[in-house]
Design a protein around this ligand. Sequence first.
Ligand code: ATP
Ligand code: MG
Length: 567
Amino acid sequence: MKFSRMFIPTTKEAPKDATLASHQFLVRGGFINQTGAGIYNFMPLGKIVLDKIKAIVKEEMDNAGANELLMSFVTPLELWDQSGRSTQMGPELLKFKDRKGAGFVLSPTNEETVVDIVKNRITSYKDLPINLYHINTKFRDEARPRFGLMRGREFLMKDGYSFHSSHEDLVREFNLMEKTYKKIYERLGLEFRIVEADSGAIGGSGSKEFMVLANSGEDTIAVCDSCDYGANVEAAKRKPNKKESLQTKQIEKVHTPNCKTIDEVSSFLNVDPYYSIKAVIKKALYEDSSEVVVFFVRGTDELEETKACNAVEALELLDATPEDLQSANLVGGYCGVIDLPKDIKVVVDSELKDDNNVVCGANEEEYHLTGVDLTSLELTFKDLILVQEGDNCPHCDGKLSYTKGIEAGHIFQLGTKYSSAMNATFLDANGKAQPFIMGCYGIGVSRLVAAVIEQNHDEKGCIWTKSTAPFMVDVIVSNAKKDDELEVGEKIYNELKNNQIEAILDDRKNARFGFKMGDFELIGFPYAVVIGKKLKDGMVEIVNRKTLEKTDVLIDEVVAELIKLIK
Ligand code: ATP
Ligand code: MG
């Protein structure tokens, strides 16, 4: 490909709202441009990168025995009514009507469609398992589209769905997909970590995320310093933080004026904050209702919102306002487990299950209770805590620490959630109808374009990995008006192509050398060959984009040298 023939609209201007390197450089490098909030066009170079990532994903999915198909982007609302997601998904699901008034949605994922495809077409356990996937546009009306391709509203996803007659077979496929994803991210040249995850709105149990490690990542993951345990903090576990139990005591009500926080109460009463519990009051939103919920965690712990939200099966949690507290008859700062208003939902963190002598609010202004025995109360216990750095790994003697990641993929053991809701069954070996047992597997293909750059850039621009680079070598003719330079450039360019090395020839007559170098650095091709001043000595220069190192080589040896570097 020749630069002079290709549409590569590079620019010095980054979008005003672009805080991430990938957002800035992908726009400035002429890979993408924005047409609306969270909606992007892929320019020719961006399309090449996207296609390379798609090809790797497809090859590995096909190798794993999955079938590629293509499901429609627009799907009838009727299918979403069957699964229940037409109301459960909230405003992220974009719905609209056609001219006849029939309802449709722009697919945010395709569980409903794929179940509808398999239903009544696969009828026997003998035809299972099967894994169907496609790589197609998705639309989610995200509340805050931002960071360029990282969190778009319209984006490209690979989504796959598998169908099984037994849970064991689902687990086998899930493990195969994990291996397959590993190969994909390795081939893309990314540093990543597989972590345990929350299953979110898609539902089901058992899910893992593939995190591309980058400081700019939106997800915080807890990783062990001595084994391979890693988990999104939304799902991270720890070995319980246990201090010795205290002696059981009588409950006592004590006057604690102006002691609303754990620190104030513990120092006033001179007790270790570990032996106190704190209330976190939230308003839980459901499909068409809401309620105030009180979560209790240890004084030294923090509530993890996603865990809390799952614990009460809410769609979302909001901080409770003073009005919410008042209407629920709760006393802010003095809320405790005993004598709460009857109809209030309460969830207590599991690590408090055996505590027999703790301090908590008395549900009365300026009073706390001491000596509260949680083992004697009828309470609902769930895992609610935010794992902290320095906590103990749940699997070994190591310590946990935080790192940041970009969620580039997510695999789920779905179970029968969609097949049951949509009445999609097969006949088992005994001739009995059973709902399909399903898995689902997503990869953020367009997000990966950005993730590669988040992990691989410098202050000048992009540094593509070998498998994602739009071209491997940029053959730069310093002054394309000089016939001898252009001739050598064309010769090297053709020779590279004959050796199956993807090359682009910067033959632009109207651009100066400095500008061409600037474009090379901004766009981030792995190597450049510069044909310039040293031509009279029979030499050209190889530039390594990553290190910016320059090496002089003889014209006749440059292709062999590049082959060595690339292989
Ligand atoms: P997130 O937590 O980042 O919102 P998600 O958990 O909602 O993502 P999934 O439903 O698991 O996403 O979708 C599978 C993959 O699609 C994700 O792992 C991610 O790589 C990609 N993806 C999801 N939402 C977006 C988006 N708004 N823009 C780009 N890619 C996305
Ligand atoms: Mg996810």
